[in-house]
Design a protein around this ligand. Sequence first.
Ligand SMILES: [Zn+2]
Length: 433
Amino acid sequence: MDTENIIDRLLELFPAAEKSELLEVLVACDGSVDQTTKLLEEQFGKVQQASFEDNSQKSLSFSCNHIEKHTVKALDASKRGIKREFSQISDGEVNLPHQTTLKQYGRNIGQMKLCKRPGKAVTLYTKEEVEKNLPDLVFVRDFLTKELASKLLSALVSKRAAFTHNKFYIAGQKCQSKHYTAIFRDLDASDTEKFIYRDSGKKNVQKFFTEMKLCAYAVEDKVNEVLSKRKPKSSYQIRKGWKANLCVSNLFQQEKQDLDWHSDKLTDIGPLPTIASISLGATRIFRVRKITTARNGGDSTIFNIPLPHNTLLVMLPGTQEKFKHCVPSVDGCLLDLHPVVGKVRYSLTFRMIRNELLSGRPKCPKCGSSMVLKRMFKRSETRGYYFWLCGSQYSGYKCRGFYYGKFDKINVPGEGLYTNRQSEATRWIGNSE
Ligand SMILES: [Zn+2]
């Protein structure tokens, strides 16, 4: 009995369950139908005994390897099925001249709810298209070996309980993200106490597991290779020895789950950070636009980048400062299902927690809370100044404690990374900002 038949059978037994949920549990149980049934019974109630026996198959348990082989085969098949064609995307999508597109993707993106923001949308499919239009991004398809990508995906599925909604405050109102997040770290134990990742509130931080470590090593090698070939943008960014010691993993279980426009927080990773993400599972769109839109003198173009299973996307220094990104919902028109997890998509975003940031950041001068690092961009007179803002606003309070950021001596141990004076503050402005 193959996976598809088992899932169909499970669906008959648990009609209230979703196919992707069943697959998730089945993979988490290493393919054991008995265990899967037991787990599902806890959630959906007991089924009649011997339901599986009437199919004259006595031993239905099979190993995780079986699923992986199945996955790899299905992936190959799905790749063969994708034909590269030239096509014009309709419904408000504007293509670059001579742009190669996947017809299948084009149709689906065309059906997507269009961004409400004004400005043209451009879809970038290939490494060449992405890196030509967005030079601070690095795009690599099939980054990990197929085996590692499959194992990593299975491991993430089995850690479903670690993924929860993010809670945050907007104007004093408690809000909850639509997608799920889990945080993994690979830090010295001595740093643990100081470290609370603020992007997601006080979440339980998990340790890197074997497959994640292997993935982090591959990502580190790639990022350091890229950084070594580029001219640094500042003296205070990481230029070599970049470490993937923090992984924020996002889970999009349903097409409706999205992630709104944002830049990643700089507080623990510092100014001009590098963030590298691996996509696993279904293909979702990664959307990028300049932080300064046409209204304040920038460019409003929105770039859509489809990220298929096992794609690496590196956001090099300057990307968080100059751009915002989001993962839009793809309700009813998912680009490409994954043969094992269906419409489920994980991103693993690797960052480097910098010890200098943990030790040199200020406490709020007004209330003593920890502070968050940001960069001014709205007005051209002050654009580019880094500043620290009281973090209590993220718990619903309204303290406006403030310092400028000061990073010229970030590599000197014991130096504070803040100042009251604008004349001493660190300012970074990108090209064409
Ligand atoms: Zn404060």
